[in-house]
Design a protein. Structure first.
Ligand code: UD1
Length: 418
């Protein structure tokens, strides 16, 4: 199994390019099942989760090629509508095939995802939405079986703005008969990338103030589409430079979609700036100051995916800070690992209180999920001594060439077999 060996204390300086967004690419790849022609996608990150989604499409019968971040998908000859347990258990986003399969085949059988390291994570909002669109849903032998003669437009109130449910239901509704109005939808930027791809391919999806309106169309005709850059990788690499006292420039061909994170970094005394014309985000370490309070929220609130990264920065900040997690249970799995490195953190329910310490010390530690893993890389980059991080397959699920990128800006990080 691969591990990272990291020798801390090297300030990071230089320039990097941000890869394509995993969370935008996954639903867009699944959406290729809505077409009757070959789909070409570019800027697709080379990641374990992307490979899993491609494997799932292959099992369904789609033919794919994936080289140099360019993915082609030919879904014209699907032979199956089943997403097996082996894949769904490794990646919950496998359920993204449900919407497109219901829309095009009228039948789908997807293994019930169950829990994951982030907690229970139900999919009731997806399923209630499919029912609203006219599908019947039942659980059979550990699988969710969805059936629909055809889907018809409807009014859906998600109740909670689930990212996954919003994407899945958009994909289900684009080919439905009539108009769908979706209230309490998620507003994460990755959703608008899916919408952009579908609209440019002939879908009719309109974002209104209070709801998304989807007018069903007969068929879609694919355009070649380049997936947006990854805002969580942007935040991670920026934070890596800050925690080491360095300065990094990150190529970013997009608008400012990390403002809630940027504002907290600025409150801490760092300098973060986006030059939209140049397409460059600069992160420069400043003098750490202040007690910071953070509450994770759906977009445009503070993203839960950047919570572990900010937490590690705060563990070395002056003063006492608070983080309240409102999106996922079990999102503080990085805390016990960081305590092993000398951090002073107390957990109270869904909150943590962080008393900043002067230094972290190297220790053997373990990644538990993608972002917890990345936060430990940050801690190791700042720590005194040599840290070994095990179970980095979690990190490989969501970061393209992380060690190569970090090495090229001065980090001492090595991938080793242990
Ligand atoms: C997506 C992202 C993930 C991010 C999260 C929140 C992908 C592949 N993953 O995950 O990186 O952290 O958004 O921004 O894009 N919930 C229900 N019932 C449902 C669906 C969700 O109760 O049917 C709950 C979940 O258990 C969780 C919360 O809603 O507590 C947020 O989930 P959701 O927004 O759906 O996140 P994901 O799409 O799973």
């Amino acid at each position: 199994m691969d591990s990272f060996r990291i020798i801390g204390g090297q300030p990071l300086f230089g320039q990097l390019t941000i890869s394509g967004s995993k969370n935008a690419a996954l639903p867009i790849i699944a959406a290729s099942l809505l077409f009757k022609e070959k789909v070409t996608l570019t800027n697709i990150p080379e990641l374990a989760d992307i490979r899993t989604m491609i494997k799932l499409l292959n099992i369904l019968g789609a033919e794919t090629t994936f080289e140099n971040n360019r993915l082609t998908i030919d879904p014209t000859d699907l032979r199956s509508d089943q997403a097996p347990y082996e894949l769904v258990k490794t990646m919950r986003a496998s359920i993204y095939v449900m919407g497109p399969l219901l829309a095009t085949k009228g039948h789908t059988r997807v293994s019930f995802p169950g829990g994951c390291s982030l907690g229970v994570r139900p999919i009731d909002i997806h399923l209630k939405g499919f029912e609203k669109l006219g599908a019947s849903i039942e659980v059979n032998g550990g699988d969710i079986v969805g059936k629909a003669k055809y889907l018809k437009g409807s009014e859906i109130n998600l109740g909670f703005p689930s990212v996954g449910a919003t994407c899945n239901l958009i994909m289900a509704a684009v080919l439905a008969k009539g108009i769908t109005k979706m209230k309490n939808f998620a507003k994460e930027p990755e959703i608008w990338d899916l919408v952009e791809f579908l609209n440019r391919s002939g879908a009719k999806i309109m974002r209104k103030e209070e709801y998304i309106e989807i007018e069903g169309v007969e068929a879609l005709s694919p355009i070649e589409y380049s997936v947006m850059p990854d805002r969580i990788e942007l935040g991670t690499l920026g934070a890596a430079a800050l925690i080491t006292g360095g300065e990094i420039k990150l190529k970013w061909q997009h608008s400012d979609i990390i403002s809630s994170f940027r504002e907290k970094l600025e409150d801490m005394g760092h300098h973060v700036h986006l030059d939209e014309e140049e397409g460059i985000y600069t992160f420069k370490a400043g003098k750490m100051k202040g007690n910071i309070d953070v509450r994770t929220l759906p977009y445009p609130g503070f993203p839960t995916d950047l919570q572990p990264l900010l937490g590690v920065l705060l563990s070395l900040n002056k003063g006492t800070s608070h983080i309240h997690e409102t999106i996922f249970e079990n999102r503080f799995m990085w805390v016990p690992e960081l305590e092993r490195m000398g951090a002073d953190i107390h957990k109270e329910g869904e909150s943590i209180i962080i008393n900043g310490v002067k230094t972290l010390q190297a220790a053997p530690i373990m990644a538990s999920d993608i972002r917890a893993g990345a936060s430990l890389v940050l801690a190791a980059l700042a720590a005194k001594g040599e840290t070994i991080i095990r179970r980095i397959y979690h990190i490989d699920r969501g970061y393209e060439n992380l060690e190569k990128k970090l090495s090229s800006v001065g980090a001492k990080i090595f991938r080793e077999k242990i």
